[in-house]
Design a protein around this ligand. Sequence first.
Ligand code: ZN
Length: 487
Amino acid sequence: MALMKTALSGVAISALLTLPVLAQDIPTDVTLFKNVDIFDGTSETLLEDQDVLVVRNRIERIADEIPSSGTYELEVTTGRLERTEVLPGAGVTGFAVIDEAGGTETREVAVNVIEGEGRTLMPGLIDAHYHLMLAASQGDAWRLEQPDYTHATMVIEANNLLQRGFTTIRDTAGPGFGIKKAVDEGMIPGPRMYLSGTLITQTSGHADRTLPFEEPRIFSGQVPVGEGVMKLDRVVNGRDEVLAAARQNLKQGATQIKIAIGGGVYSFYDPLDVTEFTDDEIKAAVDAASDWGTYVTAHVYTPKGVLRGIRNGLRTIEHGQLMDDETAQEMAERGVYLITQPFEADESLKAIADPIQWDKYVQVVDGWERTAELVKKHNVKMGFGTDLVFAPDMNGTQGDFLARFSPWFSNIEMLRMITSTNAEILALSGARNPYQEGPLGVIEEGAYADIILVDGNPLEDVAILGDNGSNIPLVMKNGEIFKNTLD
Ligand SMILES: [Zn+2]
C-alpha cells in the first residue's frame, strides 16, 4: 500500500468533506457518474457536463472533471480531503489516510464508473402523500386477506417505488414501521419512509371505517380491524384519547402525526362540508407532536377545516381542494405547505364508484382548479403527493401525476415540488427526522446520494418522469444502486 502512495503523480484537486473521517470508515468502493447534466433540485437551468462522486451514502464531490482513478487523501483529525491524484489505469482509487501522528495509510477501493452520456442526473423523486399499504391493496384486500399477505404486497410495492425513481415517501396513514426498519437495515429494497402511523380520526370521521351497525370501541369494547390488526386508523374522541393515539404513533417511530379534520370522499359517514375534531382535540395532537419535536398534518378540504387546523398549529395540509381566498392567504402567511392532488373525473372511476362517493369526488375535482389559482395568487408553498390507493395496477402512474399540474405550474415549479420542496416538508419532522446526515431532494456536496438518471431533460418536459419509470434507467438510494438498465 505504501508503495502505491509513493508511485503517485499528476493532477491535484482539492475539495472538502463535511464530516470527520476515521480510518475504519474508508469504503471499499465508490461510485463516479461521468458526463451528466445536473438538475440540482432548485436551479432553473441544468449544470452541464459534470461528474459526480459518491462516497458511502453521500455526494462527495461535483466537478467538471473527476478522475476515475487516483488517491484521495483524508486527514483523520480534520476530515479534510487533501487532494486527488491520477493513477495510470482506471477503476482503482486509493484513499490515503493521514493519522493524528502524521503518518499515512493508503487503501485501494474500487471505482464503479457510470457513464452518464449526457443524461440528466437529479435527486430521487419524493412522494409526500403515499400509503404503502393502501397503494399495494387491491380494493379492500387489506382487510379481507391475511395480514401477512398484505404485508407481502407492501414489500413488493416498496421495491416498485424505487424502480419508478421514488427514493422517499411520506406515508400519511397506515402501518410500515417494521418494513421501514428492514429497508433501512438493507434487508429488503425500498424507499426512505416517513411514517405517520395510524390516521387519527373521530367517531364518524374520515377514517371511521366501522360498519353502520357496528358500535364504536368506546361503547362496545370491540376494536375494529382497521384499528387493531391492520394499524391503519385510530378512532378517538376528546383530548385525552387524541393524546394517547398520537403518543402511541410517536412511540412506534412516527415522523409526523396525521389527523382527519374534515369530510372525505371515500368515507361514507361524513359529508364533505363537515368539520372534524374541536380546537381542543387538534391542539392535543399538536401538543403531543411538538413535545416530540415534530408536527401535525391533516386531511381536510374546506376553508373552515383548514383554518381551524392551521390556527391550532398544523404545518401542512393534505388535499385542500375546496379552499377559498382567505384560507389560501392565511396558509401563505403562516408558511403552511399544501400537498394536493389534481384528481380527474375519469369515467372509468365513475363506473365503479358509489353514487355518494362519486358526487363528493366531482366536487373535489371541480374545486381543484380554483385552488390552483389561489395557490398561485398567494404563493402558497406546494408539495407533491399522489395519494394512490386501492389499485396497484395504477401505481405505475405515480410520476405521471406531476405533469397534471402543467396548466398552472411551470416545469421548474413542478420539479421543485417533487424534490426540494418535498424535502423541506420532510425536514419539518425536526428531531424525529430519521435521516439527518445530509439534505434530501437536492444534488449538492454533502447531500444524501439519492440520485436518478433520466433519459431527456425534465426541465423541458416533466412527463418523462412518469410512465412507470421507463425513462429512468438508474436509481441510487443512500449511495446504493437499486436499478441500472444502462448498457
Ligand atoms: Zn391519503
